[in-house]
Design a protein. Sequence first.
Lengths: 665, 665
Amino acid sequence: MTGNKKGVCFEIALAVPKWGENRGDEREGAHCVDVLVDELRKNGLIVERDDGLQNEFIKLAASDEVIGRAAAALQFRKPTYLGMDLPFEWEEAEAFIRLPDGSLFSWCERFHCYNHIIYGIVNTAESVVVLRSDSKEENWKPGESLLLKLEAMDVVKEVFPLHDEKKRKQLLKSWAMNWSDVTHQPIDDICAYYGMKIATYFTFLGMYTRWLLFPASLGLVVQLMDFGSLQFAVLPFFFMSFISWVVLFFQFWKRKNAAISARLQIYNSASLECEYRSMKPEPSLSRFPSEHMRKQNIDRMREKANFQRQEWFTWLLRVRNDAFIILSIICLQLPFELTYAHLYEDLGTDVLKFGLTAVYLLVIQYFTRMGGKVAVKLIKYEKFDTAENKANSLVYKVFGVYFMQSYIGVFYHALLHRNITTLRQLLIQRLVISEVIENLLENAIPYLSYRFKKYRAVRNKGKRDKESSTGKSRFTRVEKEYLKPAYNASIGQEIEDGLFDDFLELVLQFGMIMMFACAFPLAFAFAAMTNITEIRADALKLLAMMRRPTPRAEETIGAWLNIFQFLIVMSICTNSALLVCMYDREGNWNLSPGLAAILVMEHVLLFIKFGFSRIVPEEPAWVKAARVKNATQAEQVCTRQLLRSLYGDEKCFDEVRSHVSKKDA
Amino acid sequence: MTGNKKGVCFEIALAVPKWGENRGDEREGAHCVDVLVDELRKNGLIVERDDGLQNEFIKLAASDEVIGRAAAALQFRKPTYLGMDLPFEWEEAEAFIRLPDGSLFSWCERFHCYNHIIYGIVNTAESVVVLRSDSKEENWKPGESLLLKLEAMDVVKEVFPLHDEKKRKQLLKSWAMNWSDVTHQPIDDICAYYGMKIATYFTFLGMYTRWLLFPASLGLVVQLMDFGSLQFAVLPFFFMSFISWVVLFFQFWKRKNAAISARLQIYNSASLECEYRSMKPEPSLSRFPSEHMRKQNIDRMREKANFQRQEWFTWLLRVRNDAFIILSIICLQLPFELTYAHLYEDLGTDVLKFGLTAVYLLVIQYFTRMGGKVAVKLIKYEKFDTAENKANSLVYKVFGVYFMQSYIGVFYHALLHRNITTLRQLLIQRLVISEVIENLLENAIPYLSYRFKKYRAVRNKGKRDKESSTGKSRFTRVEKEYLKPAYNASIGQEIEDGLFDDFLELVLQFGMIMMFACAFPLAFAFAAMTNITEIRADALKLLAMMRRPTPRAEETIGAWLNIFQFLIVMSICTNSALLVCMYDREGNWNLSPGLAAILVMEHVLLFIKFGFSRIVPEEPAWVKAARVKNATQAEQVCTRQLLRSLYGDEKCFDEVRSHVSKKDA
């Protein structure tokens, strides 16, 4: 095998099945895996084949130049020493700012490039190539992608990124196993190793946990101290404090997020590329102004009408889908949850209660999964300008389902019984269950499934060894990683990754502690504690328990921020209601139904006022499109030329020289 | 006189005093006005001197080239046929998109250029030039601006833009005197003639009036029809309808505003220039990456710390000023207004009431003027990144004063008496007074003052004619325009123009009709009517009664939008309170003080939640500065070169040719 130098860091692996017996004979033409390896080598990649117990693995690495040429083909916009972002070109590589570790591309960019290279392998010959696998033969037609073909043939089982052992161990030491300051995290290194999205999550988690210490200690004081004659003012004061705290926190989070993305921008240049590539360039620039203008005007009118039609259509579709989701949550899920809550109350014995809860837990598993599937199906027909918007739309829909599921029981108890003690018990129950047990499961299940897979692999190997006698395969590092679970979302895996579940957990916890804070001020302290363990547990999970996740470039927490904001508003309302319940123990306070109706109407109108702007965009689609198009056009005209003229003077002169000599001749 | 061709359109005029006798003798050196005229001619302007009755006027016009060179010096960014905005250069003028009327520059741009030229006249000689006026002689030192000097000497009384008679008459016909569809307005022409800001105002006024027709007719129906057994639900329904209407309206206004600015962008390219010019360019671009990077990193850290310090300082100053304004409104204005409202109630006879109101009106005149002055003084010490932000800050502060003044009396009556009939009377009174009378005054006072000035001028002329015998002066068009009042704001004239008063009127009317709509649904119809007259009255005022205003480039209604939004939230709360009053005629509904306290707290917290994000910016100053700097740097490197290479191939070749021949030699 060539290209297997020491010190090469393999970053991507392909899992292909092992052919125990058929490997040897090469008389009947090339085996399809061999074809693949040859093609990968031809494309400049460094390839190493690794025999595992159950599968064979093709590990890939690439030189800077190979990655650079792919980056140029993908038109990655990267910061240059000129102070502006330009599409990457390999010939002018020295114009582009290098990362702090001296490399030219971040992991996120390299991953994109690898994908571009390996999925870009097509049959360039004019004739069909026969791909032979163990069981069947298929034709690789000209122009067809080899990897997609092999994936369809089930030969390539998976393409997955590999951990970089050196960096992983460093991170394990400096991050997951660093117990000195538990909210401090090496964000830059996380970003370099995992990409922007995961770094943003951990930045948020760290800042949130740090800020949580304030209401946690305040909650402890409120719960444990006696303020004598001022006791009646303690809860309202606590209410005002934690709402002000949370408003401040999210404003400062937005600032921190802006600062972090500005600082880590350098790891994240690939994110710009998608936005630009989706716009088609203008075919040609007319040199005749008046004609160009007339043509442009007509085009513009037609385009505008087109955009407007499309915008309204998309909007209607979105409204329909959202209405569908909301209605089905209210008509299907709400009665179900209320029935459970009611039955739970009515049942006498603990055994029956336990049985009911078990049935309920099983059913909601099914329910949420179905909800997620419906949501994914619905957003498939909606149009989104970016993949991020699509993901956000899914998040909103799925959150609706979880919101009902998590809080409706608590609301039921709070409203029906107006009994703070049972509410408090319920909250402790829920928090303990959702936090401690879920956290354990979240880490235990992947680990156990990994151990089981490993065990099965070894056992199978043992069986096969008895049958045949070729004992050359070892249990390699790549195979171990292949057996580890991927960092996937529980719902909508095509669109979201594992962060979806982590954020969902965070958001549900936030809602639970905020919405009922006045009934149970200790909840903040509880959340602070679980979050401190969560930071390191999530780090450990990512570093030790999971396959390396595919890097994602999102710089913000996206839809989750809006959900947090929604929960803040909700918690202002619910805590007010709670306070009313708590101060009105004797039931002396009364509210005329008319007054209550007007108050409800007022709240609905305030909700409309502040919610409506999210439904209708402030900028018409055609204005936005025109803006983006202008920017793209500017780019295309400007950048190549600029780069050449600054870093490739010689070439320019050559061209002009030949031009001049032609003229002279 | 040279340059006085027929058909030249003079666009700017300078008013200088007339020197009856001294004009003739030129033996003692040049008179300062003659020096000025000479210098203006030297700078390429077309100059015409016009003798008026009281003053002499220097009318200025300029050829395209003169304006173009000034535009290039000012680095106006204009759209090109390349599809991107580039700084203007006269040599590549054909690359820039022309306006629909065929000219290269909009009035707003030309006005900036005129100012740049006439204020840019400095003494380029090495010696001092003696400027002789009637009364005194002063030295014009090298490097000093002539016009500023003459303004300081009180020789140049005013620089003011002139109406373009042809276009003015066209607009008068197509706009102010066009009675066919009263909400339709030729926005493009208004933008071309008056600039973006005034066009935005009229777009808003037109759309607002058109949309007002819906709640106006709904209000009529609610007021006049009897719904039998459903009567009790009419007002809540009306409440829900007009709040939904107003929320929809402002969302669609934002869309319309975006669309209008995209369409009229071409008239408004000068607005981009300010933002960019304020950033200093990086002195030089290092060609040595690593060194450059190290230097940049240190610089960046220092800059960041600097920005953060400055940001917090500015923020603290702003909070202090706002607190000062709010406190003084609450501590000074509120008691005063309440005293008036209370006294007005207590006084028995109508004569005393009338006297009190007269005194009150006099005092609030003084009060608001003082408030405006304090606000202007306060914001002088605040730092703003754009002039628009400064204007917005003034708007917020002054609006606070007017808000108290306009509504506190109405609130007092509504809350104290809980009597809907008197409230309704008060509203009718206020609306009639504020709308009809103010509208009349607004148009009558400028007209009367203009007539008076004209009359005085003619009388003075008569007197002088008797004394001397030189009767060559006529009452010219320029002098008539000079005597017309300028389109100025009543408060903070340095920062705002006359639109301030127009918007203030609109906002106060909006608050009046929205906040008490449930008590008086007819108010919408009333407002619709007054607005229809307002559209044409304002147009007439601008076209016939006022000097041409200096063009302004603001594309949005700025701070007023936020004030409108604030008033919407206020009106949700006040209307809820009104409904409670109206449905609770017998006083049966009661609210325990504890419940009331919790409700107040809830509203305060909702207010904090939604208001706080306006106080702390989402993006740290250093991030924003870095972003702008990057863009500027990109511009500077890119554009000149690009323009040359596309439209100045010949020159480029010449340069390269000489380079090549040098190399060969």
